[in-house]
Design a protein around this ligand. Structure first.
Ligand code: FES
Length: 221
């Protein structure tokens, strides 16, 4: 079994900057959308966590079971504590309208911490579990949340979310240009979590660059 340093392709005495550079490079190299595999991607994530924290997971995927940092403990849809299932991802979500209504900004680093101090409706802020091979939108709907969508096929921006922590795959994308992807906007109708934890702002379809990429809404939109 490779050591975390071998996975990241760094020396054991690598500096912080070298670790960060290697992590970003290896994440790109192993990203499933860029020719890697989910297993390789998760192994890089686990190695990075191990190097940064000094903790040794039993299995590379075990880093995916840690409790998300901060926030509330509301589990969407009355689901069981996800920490006992190795293939699940915990998603903490926040409605973009909450951000707009309160004059916050997507770039604020403490959006979820601020949201946790408010008594928001579970439809606006909370957590739910995404099962293995389940898209983010499908999971939201399974928990009875009405997130926006239209085509469900990667051809509009109606279902767009901004990923603030973690990774969501982009297996199909006929609409989002590179500069928007670089801002961590993803399509929830086709995207599946690639990391143990996700923090997403949903309902970002009204962001200036996305508005023109929308299709006529689905009746639920
Ligand atoms: Fe159109 Fe997701 S609903 S891309």
């Amino acid at each position: 079994m490779e050591s975390p340093f071998e996975v990241l392709e760094i020396d054991p005495d690598a500096s912080e900057a070298e670790i960060e550079r290697a992590y970003r490079r290896r994440i790109k190299e192993t990203h499933p959308d860029l020719g890697g595999t989910v297993e390789e991607f998760r192994a890089v994530k686990a190695a990075y966590e191990q190097v940064k924290t000094g903790e040794v997971p039993d299995d590379p995927r075990s880093v995916s079971h840690r409790e998300p940092a901060g926030g509330t403990q509301r589990w969407g849809g009355g689901q069981p504590d996800p920490s006992d299932d190795s293939e699940r991802t915990v998603v903490e979500y926040l409605d973009f309208e909450v951000i707009v209504d309160r004059g916050w900004d997507l770039s604020d680093g403490d959006l979820f911490e601020k949201a946790a101090t408010l008594d928001l409706d579970p439809a606006d802020h909370g957590r739910f579990v995404v099962e293995e091979d389940e898209t983010l939108l499908a999971a939201a709907e399974r928990h009875r949340y009405e997130w926006p969508y239209s085509c469900r096929g990667g051809a509009c921006a109606n279902c767009a979310v901004t990923v603030l922590e973690g990774e969501l795959s982009t297996p199909v994308n006929h609409v989002l240009p590179e500069e928007i992807l670089d801002r961590d906007v993803r399509l929830s109708c086709v995207g599946e979590p690639l990391t143990d934890e996700l923090r997403v702002v949903f309902n970002v379809k009204h962001l200036p660059d996305l508005d023109e990429l929308r299709l006529p809404p689905h009746p639920a939109d």
